[in-house]
Design a protein. Structure first.
Length: 324
């Protein structure tokens, strides 16, 4: 089976009736990036920049960051690399920037931290832009957005960073900017958010945790963390429809995209890109190559009428097994 999956590397993720589904990867370390290319990744949908920050015992300097980002951009060029601005807080902390809160998942995390510390944000965005000189395959993505003001403020800082980068003599294009949809409020402002940026990407891990009010890391409530809960699926459908109504592409970069059953449903919903851990990519590709888009559409229509996440999950599992 492993040999079969390896053989898929050069083949497109295309259904039996010719629907192409771009499969991208999530990275953090440069080793993830190299492994991803081996597995036939077509781009990076989520580069978690907090990973290199966690390897240090102080904030990496602008030039250190530039070097780290350059490696990612060069490795994938000409394919696009979506760099997420620092997403600390919640379950991700830096020893040299402790955040102590009673409710870290509802607290100071992601864009909230960097908008309160524009100096951290500006250094990071300038480092990304400088790293992209001559390659121009950078996209920048904002985590944990819960209202439009955060996007407007972040865009303002990003334009400023671009001007400063040009003034320093770098010849770089303005990258495409995107927003992560991972807070329920963002689902209901999907069109307003889409109007402000170039692309959207769903963080289904956080979106599921916040929709269901279930800590994604708490084993005691793990059985309530249902990736296929009808509320999650309906939210995912609202997001893709809203993004497309504004003619903006939308991807999923949470774990659901790397789950073969999730990938089939997301494709049927109309998602433009699925971004996953490289380990899951060959399996997802092989499932997509084994079904038709029409079959996936019918499955989605049936699933969207169901009322229980457990029934949905076992139904999909069953039909996928039957389909081989
Ligand atoms: C997500 O929330 O789905 C996501 C991709 O981001 P992270 O897992 O890094 O929070
Ligand atoms: Mg997240």
């Amino acid at each position: 089976l492993t040999a079969d999956l390896e053989g898929l590397r050069g083949l497109p993720a295309e259904t039996l009736d010719g629907h192409r589904m771009p499969l991208w990867v999530n990275t953090g370390l440069i080793t993830d990036a190299l492994r991803s290319l081996d597995r036939g990744a077509e781009g990076v949908g989520l580069y978690r920049t907090e990973v290199p920050f966690m390897m240090k015992d102080r904030f990496p300097s602008e030039s250190e960051q530039q070097k780290t980002y350059r490696e990612q951009l060069e490795t994938f060029s000409p394919a696009l690399v979506t760099m997420r601005t620092l997403d600390i807080g919640g379950d991700k902390s830096l020893t040299y920037f402790p955040i102590n809160e009673a409710n870290p998942f509802l607290g100071w995390r992601g864009i909230r931290v960097t908008l309160d510390h524009p100096e951290i944000f500006l250094v990071q965005v300038r480092a990304m832009m400088k790293a992209s000189e001559g390659l121009n395959n950078l996209r920048i993505m904002l985590p944990m957005v819960s209202n439009v003001t955060e996007v407007d403020e972040a865009l303002h800082l990003i334009y400023r960073a671009h001007v400063e980068t040009l003034e320093e003599g770098f010849d770089v294009e303005m990258p495409e900017i995107g927003v992560m949809i991972e807070v329920p409020a963002a689902v209901y402002q999907i069109r307003e958010l889409a109007q402000r940026v170039d692309f959207l990407s769903v963080g289904s891990n956080d979106l599921t945790q916040y929709l269901l009010a279930v800590d994604r890391n708490n084993p005691r409530v793990a059985d309530l963390y249902q990736a296929f809960h009808p509320a999650v699926l309906h939210a995912l459908k609202l997001i893709v429809d809203g993004a497309h109504a504004e003619n903006k592409p939308v991807s999923v970069c949470g774990e659901l995209a790397g789950n073969p059953m999730g990938a089939v449903l997301l494709m049927a919903m109309g998602y433009d890109v699925l971004s996953m851990n490289s380990t899951n990519l060959p399996k997802v590709k092989s499932v997509i190559r084994g079904i038709s888009r029409e079959w996936a559409d019918n499955l989605l229509a049936e699933v969207l009428t169901m009322e229980s996440g457990q029934v949905i999950a076992s139904t999909i599992q069953l039909v996928l097994e039957k389909a081989g």
